[in-house]
Design a protein around this ligand. Structure first.
Ligand code: PLP
Length: 460
């Protein structure tokens, strides 16, 4: 008899979960203006808002926390992290930052200017925010299949190469400081980019004299998909695949809170000493001294260990299969999800689940609120709320796809939690016809509105 698969770890420390009644949750969500970001975490039963900074660290990482060198300059923990980055990613220079968006801030401060254009697969919201904040444009060149949740494509994060070439011709290479590849592509569902597509994109970039930068928040999960879905690489190790992914890439930046298996941290890594020197100026004014940036010594030490653990095949296999398991359970409950199932999250298609709720009433947010009411499950909207307004016209941008994202923290939840989430969503599906209206906006910030927006029921 074949033995069942089990996680390659066991529990040493536990964290309590608090249970509240459905009536209490209904009251609470109204009090917080239907914004899931405003909920205190002890009001949440299974928190799938993000996989970012929510990983459980290993005993080796906690041991490294005790060894953290908190020296302002020349910390040994920085050198441990630098050696890990050189060894695993193959980049010589390292600028640590407090998280991914801070890496974007220092990197784009040095490279993006007003009027520039940054093509790539769908940019993450903070990436786009940092580009638009500099009065430049982020142009989405993801393949069309990414926006059809029913179409099977093994690499929906791929760049549409013809569109990329058209954009380069239209704007001219001199207006394009870099081409951006995000692995995996969070915005379209944690979908991977094939190694072939990375190589083809790099070849186009090279022909046009444009560098390629990579947002590597989930690079190890991307490598796992290359190994398991791209025939030529099935016998390659994860580490050999990641090296191949970075071969022609000039700069990588990382929100280490994902595949770095830490609760805080990020960095920019590169081989170009001149650009590193430029970044240094911005590191010092925005983050801190060059050998800690925005991180404590102990956080850098934990990340040095996390980078190694994050590329272990058994860990990745368990991680990605847990996400797949939840996806399969959701499908059994008749929930329409983005397929194939991505690496870190399930994306529920709100247009298919609530076709009668117009996009202007934020149907994916409605699904998120209902998941909270029914089971205390917290996800996050990736739709028209997140798409925000056009910076030029100020009008709402209707998202191409309306998704509720359920992101799975790494090494945190069990199979029983996944079954609970699927059952909760089953309840939401059962009442979907009774949900007659979505939300309207009471108050919103100038940009990145979804974090702080205040909503009320459309019919109130
Ligand atoms: C692809 C990607 N890039 C950048 C970021 C920003 O990173 P952080 O949240 O650490 O600032 C995220 C965060 O979720 C992300 O998913």
């Amino acid at each position: 008899m074949k033995l069942p698969a089990i996680p390659p770890y066991k529990t040493k420390v536990v964290e309590p979960v608090y249970f509240r009644s459905k009536a209490e949750r209904m009251q609470k969500i109204k009090e917080v203006n239907y914004n899931l970001f405003n909920l205190h975490s002890d009001w949440v039963i299974v928190d799938l808002m993000t996989d970012s900074g929510t990983s459980a660290m290993s005993e080796q990482q906690w041991a490294e926390i005790m060894l953290g060198d908190e020296s302002y300059a020349g910390s040994e923990s920085y050198f441990k992290l630098k050696r890990a980055v050189q060894d695993i990613l193959g980049f010589e220079y390292l600028a640590p930052t407090h998280q991914g968006r801070a890496a974007e801030n220092i990197l784009f401060s040095a490279t993006v200017k007003e009027g520039d254009v940054v093509p790539g697969n769908a940019h993450f919201d903070t990436t786009k925010g940092h580009i638009e904040f500099r009065k430049a444009q982020a142009i989405d060149c993801t393949i069309a299949a990414a926006y059809d949740t029913t179409e099977y494509h093994p690499f929906k994060g791929n760049i549409d190469l013809e569109k990329l070439e058209r954009i380069i011709q239209q704007y001219g290479a001199e207006r394009i400081p870099f081409i951006n590849i995000t692995v995996t592509c969070n915005t379209v569902g944690g979908q991977p980019v094939s190694l072939q597509n990375i190589q083809d994109t790099c070849a186009i970039a090279k022909r046009n004299g444009i560098p390629v930068y990579m947002d590597i928040a989930r690079y190890a999960e991307n490598a796992y998909f290359i190994k398991t879905r791209e025939e030529d690489y099935k016998d390659w190790s994860i580490r050999d695949i990641t090296k191949a992914m970075f071969k022609d890439v000039e700069v990588v930046w990382m929100s280490a809170k994902k595949d770095g298996l830490v609760n805080i941290g990020g960095f920019v890594a590169l081989n170009n000493p001149d650009l590193y020197e430029k970044l240094g100026q911005f590191t010092i004014i925005y983050e801190g001294f060059l050998t800690y940036g925005g991180m404590s010594g102990r956080a850098m030490g934990a990340l040095a260990v996390g980078l190694y653990e994050g590329v272990e095949f058994y860990y990745l296999d368990d991680r990605v299969k847990q996400v797949q398991y939840l996806g399969e359970q959701l499908k059994k409950h008749g929930i329409p999800i983005q397929e194939p199932i991505g690496g870190h999250a399930l994306y529920i298609d709100a247009k298919r689940m609530l076709p009668h709720i117009p996009q202007s009433q934020f149907p994916a947010q409605l699904l998120g609120v209902e998941a909270y009411i029914e089971g205390g499950v917290r996800g996050v909207e990736v739709g028209t709320l997140l798409a925000d307004r056009d910076p030029i016209t100020g009008k709402d941008r209707m998202a191409e796809i309306e998704l509720l994202r359920l992101a799975i923290p790494r090494r945190v939840y069990s199979k029983a939690h996944m079954d609970y989430v699927a059952a909760t969503m089953g309840r939401v599906a059962a009442k979907s016809q009774d949900l007659k209206t979505g939300f309207k906006i009471k108050k919103q910030a100038k940009m990145l509105r979804h974090f702080t927006v205040e909503l009320e029921m459309y019919d109130s």
